[in-house]
Design a protein around this ligand. Sequence first.
Ligand SMILES: [Fe+2]
Ligand SMILES: [Fe+2]
Length: 332
Amino acid sequence: MSSRGADGSHPRTAEHARPDHFLLHLSDTHLLTPGGRLYDAIAPELTLKRIFDDLEAAGTRPEAIVFTGDLADHGDEEAYRLLRSIVEPAAERLGAQVIWCMGNHDDRATFRRVLFGQHHSTRPVDRVYDVNGLRVITLDTSVPGEHWGALTGAQLDWLAEELASPAPHGTILALHHPPLPCVQDLAVLVELRDQQQLAEVVEGSDIRAILAGHVHFSTSGMFAGVPVSVASATCYTQDLTGEARGTRPQDGNQSYNLVHVYEKTMLHSVVPIAAGTTMSSVSAAESDAILAAHGVTLPQRRTPAPVAARRPDRVDRELAAMTTPITLPVLE
Ligand SMILES: [Fe+2]
Ligand SMILES: [Fe+2]
């Protein structure tokens, strides 16, 4: 006969083990040069600092932090330096790798140079990351000089080539312009164009979720059989309580997402940045004790997949080409 919990309940194992992976998804930081204000009122770096202060205070330990674009409002070098100064030291303390994605407000050349220490190339910034067996691919949907999004045939070919070999724990595709319908009519002007071409590459691949931003409110949908999770902005958001189909930016409801990746599913949980009123609190240690008293076991996550040697991506190859010494022929 099985033993019972301290309260007399039958022992049981939770329906799901702990997640295999835990990531943060932030979007649309729209940083300005230090001290700058969006709409002459909002200091976008303050909410960003607050997020990381709160995460550190809570002892949160994400494996990676994914930023889905519009990192700098005008693509200024100083804004990217400000971003690095806030995010990178905090990410190091949290033990998380940082994954940057281009948006329509970003400047490719400055983005590459300040965030990756690379040459001023204006080619798309498409990259591949290994997060303990979970592959994260960032795809650059920006079009220089425009706010709408697009992918070139070369980018789609590259994506298909990367996806040809599946990753141990599957793939998350991170891009700025969501491949979804627009809730606000004016967003059609800045949507991702030719979405069907991307659908043909995504369908049947090991992509388990698409992370996006751009619209400044939290939303979700399906694309080519894959769930799409759009994080709101950390700077300002779109007020959907305004006139139906209209557009009304507001200083409020800024948020980011927690992404918990399980063997068979994935959760995207929205975290508002403004503090609520705490009504009561149960610590992790107290939770453990309560579960034990109820005879409930929560299985640990699967053993992380061994990290394969990182394959060079497009940005690596370009950098290598630019830094390979050129041997000049000896003149007779
Ligand atoms: Fe944005
Ligand atoms: Fe955007």
